[in-house]
Design a binder for this molecule. Structure first.
Ligand SMILES: [Zn+2]
Length: 174
């Protein structure tokens, strides 16, 4: 959380745009925190994001443009079912690069299964950190949910989750 994952994803997307390559950007429909049409970062670079209900939606859109897409970008991958792995592999086999961004762990300090599987398949992995909301150190790798309710797919911002380091997470649990 708050580690600049989307910005990092868009940095790669921007490289494709500068190279006049064709890209498709997807996000799960569940993530309605920001604009529905765009994935917006703090920078001015904006890309139209296609909201999809499932990974099948990614493949369906991709197949409409098959042969013309150089890069597929997916934000918030942890919200997708694990079948996104098969779809990522298919798109890769068609010769298109795939970039995914998402959380690796839920607020219970457990891996998100979809992200864990994609990590195994990836050629390259970039792990991001955030500033810990409690101690202020740049070593937050976990999300702490202020009011734990067992729902790991609960979308929310700072009103619900804070980024914390492992030490502070353990203290907050007590
Ligand atoms: Zn801390």
């Amino acid at each position: 959380m708050y580690s600049g994952k989307t910005t990092e994803l868009l940095n790669f997307a921007e490289i494709y745009e500068i190279g006049r390559k064709n890209i498709l950007l997807f996000k799960p429909r569940i993530d309605e925190r920001y604009s529905k049409e765009h994935i917006v970062t703090h920078k001015l670079f904006k890309v139209d994001a296609i909201p999809v209900n499932s990974a099948d939606g990614i493949l369906a859109h991709y197949e409409n443009f098959k042969g013309k897409v150089d890069g597929v970008f997916v934000d918030e991958v942890h919200f997708f079912e694990t079948n996104i792995c098969t779809i990522v592999r298919q798109i890769t086999q068609y010769g298109t690069d795939v970039y995914c961004a998402g959380l690796d762990m839920n607020y219970l300090w457990e891996p998100f299964e979809t992200t864990a599987l994609l990590l195994a398949m990836a050629d390259e992995v970039i792990k991001k950190k955030a500033v810990c909301e409690i101690c202020g150190e740049y070593k937050a790798t976990l999300s702490f949910k202020k009011k734990s309710n067992g729902n790991i797919f609960d979308v929310g911002g700072k009103e619900k989750y804070i980024a914390v380091c492992k030490e502070c997470y353990s203290k907050l649990q007590k």
